[in-house]
Unconditional design. Structure first.
Length: 78
């Protein structure tokens, strides 16, 4: 559904890639499906992914990761 939604948004916005907000769906998916979802998201879209636990992906390929702990937001070194 997310992939189809991203494609529809891109078509309706004159080819501009959408920002994808992916809010903690990984607790519902097994590792194979989590990785498949992330691998198939449009490469030209910016993604904002939230998760309640790490690691939610094998070999995280993110430029920036933030962690919320004890009501403090901090950047995680990769």
């Amino acid at each position: 559904m997310k992939i189809a939604q991203a494609e529809a948004l891109k078509k309706s916005s004159e080819g501009k890639a959408p920002l994808l907000l992916i809010d903690d769906i990984f607790g519902e998916l097994d590792p194979e499906r989590r990785n498949a979802l992330l691998d198939n998201l449009p490469a030209d879209s910016q993604k904002l992914v939230t998760a309640t636990a790490m690691p939610w992906r094998d070999g995280i390929a993110a430029e920036t990761i933030y962690e919320m702990r004890d009501r403090r937001l901090s950047r995680v070194k990769i």
